[in-house]
Design a binder for this molecule. Structure first.
Ligand code: UDP
Ligand code: MG
Length: 315
């Protein structure tokens, strides 16, 4: 049990969110003030908006509507949601007792914040916000998400079903998380690896009130591929097994072809040649692609390039 009220930092990445940022600031500020006045959190608690190199008026609006409970972390350019989140978490480390990450489009139910804090006070160091409803998603997004989670599970990656990046972490867990020096950091895969006492809280995710999703199809696909290849080498194993099966099959076909040849049978048309040729060609290129994904990951890890640069911090 923690006796004093915890200092809470809310980390909110935002990229080109001019349509919504003002409402977002107001809503989160109000929430924070309510929690402070009801003695749930310490008055030193803050909302940290991470401006991920927005090209629209987001930064101006953040500055105009800035409140005293709020700080703005500006990245030098757009580095993507995961890196922006990481920048915010790094900034929050050791300044607070616990941190909650959430999106600035307010799709995540902010009423869960109070409940997360309660669970933190009950001794849970990781509290996952889990969606129990996908009715607000497009059919495509809902189904692709199901395929993604099922595939991760099949590949042996332990991620929390229907949990994205809405979660509370204690400062201690945050410290351990930041010890991972991976460049290919897939946050929602790493946190379950850490262990510690954790629990799940369920909520219904709302639709965006304004603006559009910054995760179009190809970005989502690339995020899924990154997640899988950062956490599982099973695709390489599948490739080996597939290669083995196809080779065996080709051997049988070869024997069959030789038998026909020695029997003096006529050469049957080109279909039996062309079909396996394309099929094997496809499998080979796919195999090279999968290998390439892993080599690309090693390449990035070896270079150890910084994931983001902080341009300025507005307190
Ligand atoms: N975001 C970001 N950098 C990016 C893309 C998105 O900081 O390059 C932020 C965005 O402003 C939002 C959050 O990440 O607060 C989640 O993005 P979005 O709502 O577009 O994703 P979705 O909810 O559609 O998956
Ligand atoms: Mg969103």
């Amino acid at each position: 049990m923690i006796n004093k009220q915890p200092i809470l930092y809310l980390v909110v990445p935002c990229y080109n969110e001019e349509e919504i940022i003002e409402i977002s600031i107001q809503t989160l500020n109000e929430k924070l003030c309510n929690l402070i006045s009801s003695n749930k959190i310490d008055s030193k608690s803050k909302v940290i908006f991470v401006n991920d190199g927005s090209k629209d008026k987001t930064l101006n609006l953040l500055k105009i509507h800035k409140t005293k409970n709020m700080e703005i972390l500006c990245l030098s350019t757009n580095k993507g949601h995961q890196n922006a989140l990481l920048a915010g978490l790094n900034y929050a480390k050791d300044k607070c007792d616990c941190v909650i990450s959430l999106d600035c489009d307010l799709q995540d139910d902010i009423n869960l914040i109070g409940k997360m804090i309660e669970q933190f006070s009950n001794g849970f160091e990781v509290v996952y916000g889990v969606r129990n409803d996908r009715s607000e998603d497009s059919l495509f997004k809902a189904y692709s998400a199901i395929v993604f989670y099922k595939m991760m599970k099949f590949l042996g990656v332990d991620i929390v079903y229907n949990h994205a990046d809405y979660r509370l972490l204690s400062n201690r867990v945050l410290g351990h998380l930041l010890d991972f020096s991976e460049v290919n950091l897939f946050l929602r895969g790493i946190i379950p690896l850490l262990g510690f006492k954790s629990c799940k809280l369920y909520y219904k995710r709302n639709a965006r009130i304004a603006g559009v999703s910054k995760y179009p199809f190809f970005k989502m696909l690339s995020f899924a591929i990154d997640g899988i290849t950062s956490f599982s080498v099973k695709p390489l194993r599948i490739l080996t097994v597939l290669g083995g099966i196809i080779s065996l099959f080709s051997l049988l076909i070869g024997i069959w072809a030789l038998v026909i040849y020695f029997r003096g049978g006529a050469i049957s048309g080109w279909t039996s040649m062309v079909v396996p040729m394309y099929f094997l060609g496809g499998i080979q290129i796919l195999g090279l692609g999968i290998l390439g994904e892993y080599i690309g990951k090693i390449y990035k890890e070896v270079k150890k390039r910084p994931l983001y640069f902080v341009d300025e911090v507005i307190k």
